[in-house]
Write a protein that binds this ligand. Structure first.
Ligand SMILES: Nc1ncnc2c1ncn2[C@@H]1O[C@H](COP(=O)(O)OP(=O)(O)OP(=O)(O)O)[C@@H](O)[C@H]1O
Ligand SMILES: [Mg+2]
Length: 260
């Protein structure tokens, strides 16, 4: 359903964020991208919604290469969940979810009142599905806790019936219990709606718990690609042994350990 075909991304300042990555992500898979800060996770993910264009290689969506001219047709099938919640603080929970149906946010004010009943029902159902109680529906988003806001963001991402949901560090600002609960809601919603999820996480524990598949990047390259069960302790350590500040040496030491 998603295929990265030898994609690279070099930024203007010379930074090579993604180096020759090839991956196939089947429909319905919950794929977690792991890797230290700067490994290229967000850059790779952002190639799926066109925020980042590969400098070489191609991304295929349902077998078709994404190009500048057909990008919009794919964007309609992609839902987004961010670490910064990006809800509209003054709007109600319900209206925030419905805003996921609007391609152009500048139209928001004029259109919000005219959503058909079926859209409103869908938003209700989604909020219920992600565990947000009915009593919160008409509250302003800014009055909700971080965990509640992230549930609204999940409902918003699914309201347009996307084929793919991209979640960039969706639980980075939540405590462990809330993180698990939010990831459970995300996974359940994805399975229920048959959506493919690409999710970046910094917490290895959650990746092991929730992912169908883990892809670990290091310095822009795929370092590990497999199921959580296949990710052994040494490989886990080696993923994080490389950071930009600590440099290559430490990473090489860890690699030797894996090889030994
Ligand atoms: N627009 C840009 N211009 C220049 N360099 C960029 C740009 N976006 C990202 N980079 C660089 O590309 C590399 C990969 O960044 P990216 O944001 O993909 O990492 P990440 O794995 O998502 O990190 P984090 O876990 O901190 O979110 C970094 O070195 C980053 O500084
Ligand atoms: Mg990132």
């Amino acid at each position: 359903m998603l295929a990265f075909d030898s994609v690279c991304r070099r930024f203007k300042d010379g930074t090579v964020a993604v180096k020759d990555v090839s991956l196939n992500i089947p429909q319905g898979e919950f794929c977690v991208l792991l890797g230290p800060s700067g490994a290229g996770k967000s850059t790779l993910m952002n190639m799926i919604n066109g925020v980042v264009e590969p400098t070489s290689g191609k991304v295929h969506f349902d077998g078709e290469p994404i190009t500048r001219s057909n990008l919009r047709q794919f964007q309609r099938h992609v839902g987004m969940i961010h670490q910064q919640l990006h809800l509209i603080p003054r709007l109600s929970v319900l209206h925030n979810v419905l805003s996921g149906l609007l391609p152009d946010k500048s139209l928001l004010r004029s259109l919000l009142k005219s959503f058909p009943k079926e859209d409103q029902l869908k938003a209700f159902e989604l909020l219920n599905e992600v565990g947000l109680e009915q009593k919160h529906l008409m509250r302003r988003a800014s009055e909700l806790s971080g965990g509640q806001q992230q549930r609204v963001a999940i409902a918003r991402a699914f309201v347009s019936s996307p084929k793919v949901v991209l979640a960039d560090e969706p639980v980075a600002s939540l405590d462990p219990a809330m993180s698990r609960s939010v990831l459970n809601s995300l996974k359940a919603a994805a399975k229920h709606h048959g959506a493919t999820v690409v999710c970046t996480l910094h917490q290895l524990d959650y990746a092991l718990e929730f992912a169908d598949r883990i892809v670990a990047l290091r310095a822009g390259e795929v370092f590990f690609d497999g199921s959580p069960a296949e990710l052994d302790n040494q490989t886990q350590r080696a993923i994080y042994a490389f950071t930009q500040t600590e440099g290559q040496e430490k990473s090489e030491l860890a690699l030797e350990e894996v090889a030994a």
